[in-house]
Design a protein around this ligand. Structure first.
Ligand SMILES: [Cu+2]
Length: 114
């Protein structure tokens, strides 16, 4: 028991130190991130196809943080059909998407390059 006591103390110190440093480390970037929450949800992609009749758009997109999605090519629905009027295949876009009742829906869309 005499040998265990200092060991336990050392372990407690080792565990406590990273826990504290991680905690403060995470808190510092969290504050500005929360303020720019909307900006963080903006994803980038390239339009592959536009289907105005079905109100769908196929986007080769980068990471979508709010959907926890890795880069891929996939079909999205659009919240407003008018969003599809300003894009065509090949356009580079910035967009936001949300999952609504199991369907991924583009909420906003902005062309950043042709
Ligand atoms: Cu995807």
């Amino acid at each position: 028991m005499k040998k265990l006591a200092p060991l336990a103390l050392a372990c407690a110190t080792l565990l406590a130190a990273p826990a504290w440093s991680q905690h403060t480390g995470m808190n510092q970037p969290a504050a500005p991130a929360a303020a720019a929450a909307a900006g963080d949800n903006i994803a980038e992609g390239v339009v592959r196809t536009v289907d105005k009749t079905a109100r769908k758009i196929t986007i080769k997109h980068g990471e979508i943080k709010n959907l926890d999605m890795m880069p891929m090519t996939m079909v999205f629905h659009v919240a407003q059909p008018a969003l599809l009027d300003k894009v065509k295949a090949g356009d580079r876009i910035r967009f936001t998407a949300e999952e609504i009742k199991g369907t991924l829906v583009v909420q906003t869309l902005e062309v950043v390059g042709k």
